[in-house]
Design a protein around this ligand. Structure first.
Ligand code: PMP
Length: 441
């Protein structure tokens, strides 16, 4: 019997023993096409020689040095390389061990910024319903996923949630996409005014929503209007690009495609591509300067900040993404995968929506295509889809519909950027067989 607390109620976890490109291989030698990169992590697949070599070389030099004493060449290089490509005025980097830590850091930095700026009343966070920003208590408090929050409600600080930008479900039939985007963004202004602008610290959003909704991009103009509102009321804009960043949507950062830069941005997952656990928070020069002139330093810390091995792996990942053209490949293969999905499932009676950008694609499952009526969440279709696909040798990332009928079950596809045309074909065929089996039952 395993001595590990496993996270999945669905099945006894398989034992992964090795990886080969876009495949994971279990202990019996069965191959699984990684159609979701785990949770949109493995952007380079499972056997990238360049990253592995960079890690070996770093290990021979230095595995770890505490940042209370030292910085290191891999950490400094990574910070420089991220800043060189980051949007807007992002100018400083804080290297942590994963996405939740990056989000906690973002929240704490925002708070210290306002204290150092002499606006200590600002502490309220506005985020969106159906969002996920991590599982530590601060990040969990920020997210709007009711099911994940419920058991911890008394332990979570108070946050405020507006509707997500979710065109498939929330745009009225007679509304243009442009009007809808503005209307959805203006909910932020109403909420700020309701709470009192002088008490609001930050607005947090994923530019393309991942786990809780299945690759839902903001409509054009939405994030621009959000930026305007934040500027008007002196509120920090925090983008959570933990899942949608690092080339996943076909540009290095998802917000690049919206032409909007945040004040703070968190990244993780694809940054280490699964080779090392690493996340990062990036903040604007203005925030960094305010803190330098205020307390003098950011009052936060973790044992594994700026971990040299993790940073060396991330530098190699970044090299592969940029110099080997893999961000471009995410766009190219994403377009192909989406077109193939539309061709095969565009008229499917239970696929209501196919959406996303780059190799970050969501399919929403509905009982009735015309009315968009979701299946009863009690049926846990998402779990059945995951299990049946696994039996067929395909990994897909499942998401459950909400009980209030606001969204259906969905699946997220986020394969490695090295996926080939043949593997796209394999993914579609296995998904087709999975749908046939699950929907016939
Ligand atoms: N933010 C988003 C958008 C995420 O998708 C996740 C992970 N699913 C997190 C934060 C938390 O990251 P981690 O699991 O690495 O702590």
């Amino acid at each position: 019997m395993s001595k590990i607390f496993h996270r999945t109620p669905i099945q006894i976890p398989l034992h992964a023993s090795s990886g080969d490109g876009a495949y994971l291989i279990d202990q019996d030698g069965k191959y699984y096409l990684d159609g979701c990169g785990g949770a949109a992590v493995s952007c380079l697949g499972h056997s990238d020689q360049f990253v592995k070599q960079a890690m070996r070389e770093q290990l021979d030099k230095l595995a770890y040095a505490h940042t209370g004493f030292f910085t290191s060449a891999p950490a400094e290089t990574l910070a420089e390389n991220l800043i060189a490509r980051a949007p807007g005025e992002l100018d400083k980097v804080y290297l942590v061990s994963g996405g939740s830590e990056a989000m906690e850091t973002a929240l704490k930095l925002a708070r210290q910024y306002f204290i150092d700026k002499g606006e200590p009343k600002r502490h309220k966070v506005i985020a969106r319903q159906q969002s996920y920003h991590g599982n530590t208590l601060g990040a969990l408090a920020t997210g709007g996923n009711k099911w994940r929050r419920a058991p911890y409600a008394p332990m979570l600080f108070e946050t405020f949630h507006i509707a997500p930008c979710y065109e498939y479900r929330h745009r009225a039939p007679n509304e243009s996409t442009e009007y809808y985007g503005k209307r959805a963004a203006n909910e932020l202004e109403s909420e700020i005014l309701r709470l009192g602008p002088e008490s609001v610290m930050a607005f947090v959003a994923e530019p393309v929503v991942g786990a809780t909704a299945g690759a839902v991009p903001a409509v054009e103009g939405y994030l621009k209007r959000i930026r305007e509102i934040c500027d008007q009321y002196g509120i920090l804009l925090i983008f959570d690009e933990v899942m949608c960043g690092m080339g996943r949507t076909g540009s290095l950062f998802a917000c690049d495609q919206d032409g909007v830069a945040p004040d703070i941005m968190s990244i993780a997952k694809g940054l280490g591509a699964g080779y090392q656990p690493i996340g990062a928070m990036l903040c604007s020069r203005n925030i960094a300067d305010t803190i330098t002139e205020g307390a003098g330093y950011f009052k936060n810390g973790h044992t594994y900040l700026g971990h040299p091995m993790a940073a060396a792996a991330a530098n190699a990942v970044l090299h592969r993404l940029i110099h080997d053209g893999l961000v471009g490949r995410s766009k190219e293969m994403g377009d192909k995968l989406k077109a193939a999905l539309e061709e095969r499932f565009g008229e499917h009676p239970h696929i209501g929506d196919i959406r996303g950008r780059g190799l970050f694609i969501g399919l929403e499952i509905v009982e009735d295509r015309e009315t968009k009526e979701p299946f009863d969440p009690a049926r846990q279709l998402y779990a059945q889809l995951k299990q049946v696909a696994l039996d067929k040798g395909l990994m897909i990332y499942p998401g459950n519909g909400t009980k209030d009928g606001m969204s259906g079950d969905h699946i997220l596809l986020a394969p490695p950027f090295i996926i080939t045309d043949d593997q796209v074909g394999e993914l579609i065929d296995k998904l087709d067989q999975t749908f046939d089996q699950v929907f016939a039952a």
